[in-house]
Design a protein around this ligand. Structure first.
Ligand code: F6R
Length: 255
């Protein structure tokens, strides 16, 4: 498999041939983390980008290469309001793509609740649970076309912990592909904050496809600004960005 490694603004960048190679690279990093530390705390993302990575993690589990029984997981976000049995919820996504296939202990799975009445309590408890687990060892991220990570939309407060978010029009539109109509997309979500993400020991951000090329160039080479939340990752000391050739189209000439 061909891969090209670069470092820019403190960020390690791998440009992989295609989506499958990107997924394989990310899966191998997660597998390495799990092998080095059986009780790793994994921060997990949803969306289209990590689906291939989850498929590969399931395969590795089935081949007895990795074991989830001591793994602790924290998902980045969940729509609000939504019930976990709703097929568009991130709780449902995680079951469908990973949890139903592996031996993760149910009590070790954490996903922000999309249905608790008391949002402040939910957010506070989530932050406390992450802190109690000793913070996240390896955080997986995707990136929105508007530069969001988790659901930290542009103009975020970098110091925020888990909180209720008003989703951007751009995010609602982008995510409407999963719903019957754009009106069905929840307008809010509960998301880990940038503070939670930045406290992770390692971060792996994945991106695929030409639609992400412009925002990645800005995130990697532009200023650190709340207008592009992912730009804060330039200030973290262990970030790996795994791109396919299409997502790397605009950045490649600069590296
Ligand atoms: C998902 C999440 C989002 C997505 C981003 C990209 O848990 O937090 O930040 O990673 O919206 O989504 P996809 O991968 O569908 O392009």
């Amino acid at each position: 498999m061909k891969d090209n490694k670069y470092v820019y603004n403190n960020l390690k960048i791998f440009i992989m041939e295609d989506y499958e190679a990107m997924s394989e690279k990310a899966a191998s990093m997660v597998a390495a983390q799990m092998t080095l530390k059986n009780d790793s705390v994994l921060g997990l993302a949803t969306g289209s980008t990590p689906e291939g990575m989850y498929r590969r993690l399931v395969q590795r589990y089935q081949q007895h290469q990795i074991d989830f029984h001591e793994i602790i997981s924290f998902n980045l976000d969940e729509y609000y309001p939504i019930l976990p049995e709703n097929k568009e919820s991130y709780a449902y996504y995680m079951e469908k793509n990973l949890f139903q296939f592996v031996n993760i202990a149910r009590q070790n799975i954490h996903i922000p609740s999309g249905s608790h009445q008391n949002i402040d309590e939910t957010c506070k408890a989530y932050d406390q649970a992450i802190a109690k687990a000793g913070n996240i060892d390896l955080q997986i991220l995707g990136i929105g076309n508007n530069g969001h990570i988790g659901f930290n939309e542009p103009d975020i407060k970098f110091e925020a912990g888990t909180h209720l978010v008003e989703l951007d029009e751009a995010t609602i539109l982008a995510n409407s592909r999963f719903f019957e109509s754009v009106e069905d997309v929840p307008k809010k979500a509960i998301s880990m904050g940038i503070r939670n993400i930045m406290h992770s020991k390692k971060i792996v951000l994945m991106a695929s496809g030409i639609a992400k090329a412009a925002v990645l160039k800005e995130m990697i080479t532009g200023p650190v600004t709340p207008n592009l939340p992912a730009s804060i990752l330039q200030l973290h000391n262990d970030v790996t960005i795994i791109l396919d050739e299409d997502a790397a189209k605009e950045i490649k000439a600069i590296l």
